[in-house]
Design a protein around this ligand. Structure first.
Ligand SMILES: [Zn+2]
Length: 306
């Protein structure tokens, strides 16, 4: 090969490389634009469903944590916020749904994977009632996340309402809170349960409730039956006993957890119990967020990764 053609080939190689890099960048940008446009399109559709009088229940994919958004007519309930997230996932999700006011902000229990974005949400949105479990003094957290939540509440002159057994209207839905009465050594067992009923459809959101608390609600005879169950404690083996699942008798179960999380959630046997009970079991780590739309009779379900 002459010196000249060698140089030419070298030049071509350089140009080829640049072309390949350019093509890869274009492809990545196209995928990002596609994903964003699909999620925008979905956000628009869910907003339209609510405007038509339907209720939307969003199990937001927050990785290893929980966050559930309920929008019915002009009323909004947010249950937990996921962990602190550089992407401000829940704040941005709420904005995409045009949420300005959160009428009821329920904190199932004050662990970081449930209150991580709470301070930002409180400072950025108009907040109605904040409901949190009453905890024994020795279990009140001393974490920076909890302190940030307290500071944000103080800045807005907000006060917690201690969770109690109660029922109230939320747009076209009935919202019920079930609070534990027992004494426990684990903060998870102080989780508030929220049941949303819209006509024939019902949803049960269980925080990180473990089997001791499940047993209490079973013994108290609370009506915890639901079509959609947010499985407790990220599908851990601490929760979702067979007796509990028999009583809830869900058609859908949603497990909210992060991919390859350090806790090993969800537990294989727990997933099997859920699969034996529910027709469909969805895991946010694989399926992405899950949104249900209820017209009071029918129930539509859509997974982010469908
Ligand atoms: Zn948790």
């Amino acid at each position: 090969m002459s010196e000249r053609s060698f140089r030419k080939r070298k030049l071509l190689n350089k140009r080829d490389k640049a072309n390949i890099i350019f093509a890869v960048l274009v492809a990545i940008s196209a995928v990002i634009i596609y994903v964003l446009s699909v999620s925008d399109d979905r956000a628009q559709r869910y907003k339209a469903e609510v405007q038509n009088g339907n209720t939307a229940v969003h199990f937001i994919d927050v990785g290893q944590g929980d966050s559930t958004l309920v929008i019915s007519q002009d009323k909004v309930m947010l249950i937990d916020t996921g962990d602190r997230d550089k992407m401000d996932k829940v704040v941005n999700y709420l904005k995409k749904q045009d949420v300005e006011r959160i009428d009821y902000f329920v904190i199932t229990h004050p662990h970081a994977d449930h209150i991580g974005e709470a301070d930002q949400i409180i400072s950025q949105f108009d907040i109605g009632t904040v409901i949190m479990p009453r905890l024994p003094d020795e279990l009140v957290p001393t974490s920076a996340t909890y302190d940030a939540l307290l500071d944000a509440m103080e800045d807005k002159h907000l006060k917690f309402r201690a969770g109690r057994d109660e029922s109230f209207e939320l747009g076209g839905c009935k919202a019920e809170i079930f609070a534990p009465h027992g004494e426990y050594s684990n903060i998870n067992n102080y989780s508030l349960l929220v049941k949303i009923t819209h006509g024939d459809n019902s949803f049960l959101i269980t925080g990180d409730c473990e089997k001791e608390e499940e047993k209490e609600f079973l013994e108290r005879g609370c009506d915890i039956s639901a079509d959609v169950l947010k499985a407790a404690h990220h599908g851990s083996d601490t929760s979702s006993t067979q007796q509990w699942l028999d009583r809830v008798d869900p058609y859908y179960a949603v497990i909210s957890c992060g991919l390859d999380n350090k806790y090993g959630h969800p537990d294989d046997d727990t997933v099997k119990r859920l699969e034996n009970t529910a027709e469909k079991v969805w895991i946010t780590a694989e399926d992405g967020g899950v949104v249900f739309v209820s017209d009071g009779k029918g129930l539509k379900a859509e997974r982010e990764n469908d």
